[in-house]
Design a binder for this molecule. Structure first.
Ligand code: ATP
Ligand code: MG
Length: 398
């Protein structure tokens, strides 16, 4: 008897001919996640299934926790793989495995057998009935419920037989790297790490851009952003962070701009700089943590005026979530406690009293034309600091 984990994946299966590519990436991500778990293991892929077989004592809980951070996994099923040694042996193994998984609990169950090897002496209906009977005999507190069982006992007869009784939910989504790369505007607040997490969940590989304005912003604010990147590493294991020195541009805006338009123009500069970084890094989209109506710069009019400096697609994963919904996710993924640390952001220190809620694009352009920002933008891109933050000192490749 061998113990393993059967990995169930969802949307990958829908990808037709691309399925193999998606599976390859998923397996790669699984290997990366298991790097941090002690022990060795083998990954087998018989006919569109993924089995992880620990070879040396792998801690089951630790392995499951690591797999729960691999996007693309819909469920993790601890499974036993047994040889076909006749029905009696199989029944004993099913009974023992059930007992070990649910010791003594009163539950409803149903046996669901599949027989892909047609020369097995019992058909699936017979297997269901006979194994069900053995379970009832062994554990009289159990009841059969064929419609809504609490436990589904799955028995799959192939060359060998696999048995599993639990499906531990995975994070869902798609394996990181199956949907290209993006730059995340990461500010150190609550929203942008959540936006990054949601983008990664859809298979997007992330790099991050952080704008700082030393000496107006402190090294502690930057450390907080690095810490957030490291939390996002739970899912991607290694993330490149671009730290942009925004001081020159912000001071120029501060000196020359109508205060009402300061935030609008600052954001337009952020997009221009980000576009150049994206271009260098072959990133296809920009991701940010804007939420419609949250602040003056996030009204639809503001978004339009700010966004109009670029044609790059901008994804706003939390655009239609309420703050409380965003906070819920932040708490769940472990970024919240770091995000609420009270360090200043470059946007807050230069915050005008009355930022415009409905900016006009002509005005934004008119104000911008009073200063030559091009050189400053190029300088900001060129002098940026690039830091790779990794869990295992390994670079993340697609
Ligand atoms: P967050 O929790 O994301 O900081 P916020 O409401 O404080 O939310 P805003 O200042 O409104 O953020 O900015 C909206 C978005 O712009 C952020 O979610 C982030 O994507 C981006 N952004 C803001 N400031 C910065 C910064 N200093 N560096 C990088 N991106 C930033
Ligand atoms: Mg916000």
């Amino acid at each position: 008897m061998k113990r393993a984990f059967l990995i169930k994946y969802g949307e990958i299966a829908l990808k037709g001919k691309n399925r193999r590519i998606f599976e390859d990436v998923l397996v790669k991500r699984i290997r990366q996640a298991l790097d941090s778990v002690d022990g060795t293991y083998k990954i087998e892929r018989p006919r569109g299934r993924i089995f992880i077989e620990p070879e040396t004592g792998m801690d089951e809980l630790e392995t499951i926790e690591a797999l729960k951070c691999v996007f693309g996994i819909v469920a993790i099923c601890p499974v036993i793989l047994v040889e076909d040694e006749g029905f009696e042996t199989l029944a004993g193994q099913v009974v023992d495995f059930f007992g070990e998984s649910f010791s003594g609990r009163s539950l409803t169950f149903k046996v669901d057998s599949r027989r892909s090897r047609k020369n097995y002496p019992l058909n699936s209906m017979e297997l269901n009935a006979d194994l069900g009977e053995r379970l009832l005999m062994a554990y009289p507190q159990l009841k059969v419920d064929v419609h809504k069982p609490e436990v589904l006992v799955r028995v799959e007869v192939r060359d060998n037989i696999s048995i599993y009784v639990r499906e531990i939910p995975g994070p869902g989504g798609m394996p990181i790297g199956t949907n290209g790369s993006a730059q995340l505007l990461l500010s150190g607040g609550i929203d942008s790490p959540v936006a990054g997490y949601l983008a990664m969940k859809r298979g997007i590989k992330l790099e991050c851009i952080y704008f700082e304005s030393p000496p107006h912003t402190s090294p502690a604010a930057k450390d907080k952003v690095k810490k957030l990147v490291n939390i996002l590493n739970t899912y991607q294991s290694s993330i490149r962070l671009h730290v942009i020195n925004f001081t020159e541009i912000q001071e120029a805006i501060y000196k020359n701009m109508n205060p009402e338009y300061m935030i609008t123009i600052m954001r337009r500069m952020m997009y221009r700089i980000s576009e150049k970084v994206m271009h260098e890094r072959n990133c296809l989209v920009l991701v940010n943590g804007e939420s419609v109506g949250q602040v003056a710069s996030q009204t639809l009019t503001s978004m339009q005026v700010i966004n109009s400096v670029t044609n790059i697609p901008v994804i706003r994963p939390v655009a239609c979530l309420d703050k409380l919904e965003i906070i819920d996710i932040a708490k769940r993924i472990g970024t919240y406690e770091t995000s609420i640390l009270p360090y200043e952001d470059c946007c807050t220190i230069f915050l005008p009293k009355h930022p415009v809620i409905n900016p006009k694009i002509d005005k934004a352009i008119e104000y911008e034309n009073t200063v030559d920002y091009e050189e400053m933008i190029d300088r900001a891109v060129k002098t940026r600091e690039v830091i790779t933050i990794s869990l295992n000192q390994k670079e993340f490749d697609i």
